[in-house]
Design a protein around this ligand. Structure first.
Ligand code: 5RP
Length: 246
């Protein structure tokens, strides 16, 4: 599916267009996983707008971060969690990278663990991106693959991760806060993030995933393999919608 746009649209416009398109999947009475980031925030705002206009009702949101929790609360969206609502009808979230098989890198915003729990529990997971996020192979773009680690001996875990992907030219860096690097960035779960910068792609992603998850000290990584069901891409020449099973 595709339509033609104004070439003067900004990246922010494209994020909003993708998000609004995804919200067309939201129906009254649904439990919705609310993603995190500058693209997902447009979806949360749109859901609230439609609730206020009476075009949607009885929506329960499951936020994927404290930031999204605060946004949704400020917009009056009713919230819950996976303990009370273990099955999520639909999640909508952005991504940092998307490959042709709809595998993703997520978590450059630091919310990868809650995102993976909620999006993995969803019957449908719609990924919304502008076209800059499309890559041939995830993990080889020069940008980071985030890994959430426990704070205990995090430099030991960082070193093990770097060693693990030595052949892919990996440099593993502990993520610092937005205060010029004076403090370590802490996730919503009280953990740290090690960013894996790779010169080459990771090869077989399932193998890489298993290796990372087997390392004690690792909580989760930001590769979302086989979780996304639908991809919405907004680009200067239009919007496309792709279903993994379609
Ligand atoms: O995974 C995420 C946060 O943990 C975000 O979805 C991802 O970083 C994309 O963010 P943005 O829409 O701001 O580019």
């Amino acid at each position: 599916m595709s339509s033609t746009f104004d070439p003067l649209l900004t990246q922010e416009d494209l994020k909003r267009i993708a998000a609004y398109k995804a919200v067309e999947y939201v129906k009254s009475g649904m439990v919705i996983g609310l993603g995190t980031g500058s693209t997902a925030k447009h979806a949360v705002s749109r859901i609230s707008e439609l609730l206020k206009q009476g075009k949607l009702s009885n929506i329960i949101g499951i936020p994927t971060s404290t930031t999204t929790h605060e946004q949704a609360i400020s917009l009056g969206i009713q919230l819950s969690d996976l303990d009370s609502h273990p099955i999520v009808d639909l999640s909508i979230d952005g991504a940092d990278e998307v490959d042709p098989s709809l595998n993703l890198v997520k978590g450059r915003g630091g919310s990868l663990l809650r995102e993976k729990m909620i999006e993995g529990a969803s019957k449908k997971f719609v990924v919304i991106v502008d076209e800059s996020k499309l890559v041939k192979h995830i993990g080889g773009s020069g940008l980071a693959v985030p890994v959430e680690v426990v704070p205990f001996c995090c430099d030991f875990t960082r070193g093990k991760l770097e060693e693990m992907f030595k052949e892919a030219g990996c440099t593993a860096k502990l993520r610092v806060g937005g205060d010029g690097g004076k403090t370590v960035a802490v996730t919503d779960n009280g953990n740290y993030v090690v960013d894996l910068y790779l010169e080459k792609d990771l090869g077989d992603l399932e193998t890489a995933s298993e290796k990372i998850l087997r390392l004690p000290g690792v909580v989760e990584h930001g590769m979302f393999l086989g979780i996304a069901t639908t991809l919405i891409v907004a680009g200067k020449s239009g919007v496309t919608v792709r279903d993994r099973f379609g």
